[in-house]
Ligand binder design. Sequence first.
Ligand code: GAL
Length: 709
Amino acid sequence: MRRLDNDWEFTFRWSDAFGRGEGAAERVRLPHTVRQSPLHGAGPQDYETVCGYRRWVTVPAEAAGGRLFLQFDGAAHIAQVYVNGRKLAEHRCGYTGFRVEITDAAPAGERALVAVKLDCTENPAVPPFGFVIDYLTYGGLYRDVWLDVRPKKMISELFVHTPDLHTARVSCQAPGPVRYEILDDATGKIVARGEGEGQLDISVPDARPWSVQTPCLYRCRATLLCSGDVQQTVFGFRTAVFRADGFYLNGEKLFLRGLNRHQCYPYMGYAAPEALQREDARILKHELACNAVRTSHYPQSQYFLDECDRQGLLVLTEIPGWQHIGGEAWKEQTCENVRQMVLENRNHPSVILWGVRINESLDDTDFYARTNAIAHQLDPSRATTGIRYVEMGDVQEDVFAFNDFSHTGNNPGVRSRKEICADPDKAFLVTENNGHMFPTKSYDTWQRRQEHALRHARVMDGAMASGEHAGFFSWCMFDYPTHQDFGSGDRVCYHGVMDAFRNPKLAAAVYASQGEERPVLEVGSLSIGDYPGGDVGTVWVFTNAQQVRLYKNGEHAATLTDEHWQALPHGPMAVTDAAVGWWGGQAVCWRFDAVQDGKVVASVTKKPSARFHLQAAVSHRELTEGDTYDTAAVRLRLVDEYDNLASYVQIPVRFSLEGPGQLVGPDTAVLEGGCGGTYVRTAGAPGQITLTVTTDQTEPVTLRFTVRS
Ligand code: GAL
């Protein structure tokens, strides 16, 4: 397939079938958001429009006699596709990809004008709209567009799943026999073959299983014998089964530890290119030590899922919707969304569960009988679920999923199955917790941020200890912009364990410290002025080490262990006698040494400080320019000389950029809670980009990027 991301003309208001708009057209590249939005106070006013995109497409001469398709990976929200002024298709979901056959409208060897009329309004006729929604829905051709030239006789809907760890069950739609080759995706070596029509079982005796620790990938290449048409997909040998007592990956019980992810980014809304999508999967797996993610509340980018496949991150993906069920046509569209979600995502080994109910909607037996049946029919290999916030009810899905917001600080972390679920034979999952129960900003007091972290720890501990839960997904990965009906007055939901730029809050350490990949040690504030009456109280330490040794002015003061928890692999450790109360005395130097097998693996020093410097974490410095642009994420933290976050320092940062790149967002921003970020985007040419970040209180930081084409 050929990418068609460059050379679009965009007009904020559509006016005719040739994609001409009102006012001058702007030249844009995809992924594209209709308008950049601010960090605070963004809203539908930024994106609600009926806009137009158009570009010329040269149809290759070799397309003659074959078939031609345009593939749109994501168009928010109602797209009408025109070729040379003729309307060919309408797609009514902003979150699923779709294909439009343009064979008859675009002759081979000629240029064709492709125009897209895109309704970015929150139109109540289509899901998720019709009531309030706690997230923004943006607008734009925000994923890739492709041109696919195929022979007249072709393959479609290639599907591979693995009923056991050594069998690839393959099928596709094709007018004749198909040859299947199974390749090791890492080496490209063919490991098995099969040939036939309809469904086929291909045995791969030496297959290496796909798991969260070793996400081995294979590739299935299908060739239609009569025309040579080739289709391929990546897959993995794995079984994913939910039973009443939990989740089993490859026959082994695995407790799901996950977060909910929205697909938005500062300034660019939904329109984040490949590298940023992949980066979120990497962060979830390697920085937050999650083994699972829920793509709340809609299907997300193929790049994100592809990276989940590569990293070994399990996915619950679901149809668009938020509490509201519309009329018959709306429901019909939801059924269509189930169909598209399953067809688009069923080859991903990472996907283990389909969400086929509108998030937090009430029972609707007929409707949900249909959505469950569609998912089961298109994919017999995976379980269905549906996310609820009302107890009991009619459990039509295979897995009972409940948003358990019961934890309020002084009570158990989760509710028991018998209180909520009428069916003891169903697997039982917490799909949200915390979130609006305890919104926490990066610049809130340490006490609040610590309590935020502890609430996540208590839910996690409760769910792991219950013996009933297959796992949990907490609300949520990062702070997100929302509608006026939600949020903190600035239309931001501060529900994340990270901020909008993916800078970790203290609660992120609860997740990170459950992993074994790298030593984790995070400590709250011990500055007496940060606490009422100077009473520091209990300070919690988040670590995955066996113990933490605490030194006061160099003298050993305490040894900490995680005895306070029932089931957490690495529970937070308490410093209960930190209430030193030396108000009026001299400041103390505290050192925390995390000790593993007798060795100090990480150390934190807490001491009053006034010298700050900026730390930058960059997603990648080698950028690719070509058939689309690339964007790198830059995360910033202001820290003291001991690398402790200066979370009350809110100072301006300035960004200046040289070379073939541009900033996404403003060139001056404010560090919030000592954290911030920006994005560097390529601008059409190779070369070196230099980004300089300055503040009035620190040395400048210079970041260099290389753009290759
Ligand atoms: C849930 C909802 C989420 C989010 C969350 C906040 O009810 O499903 O989208 O709004 O509450 O805690």
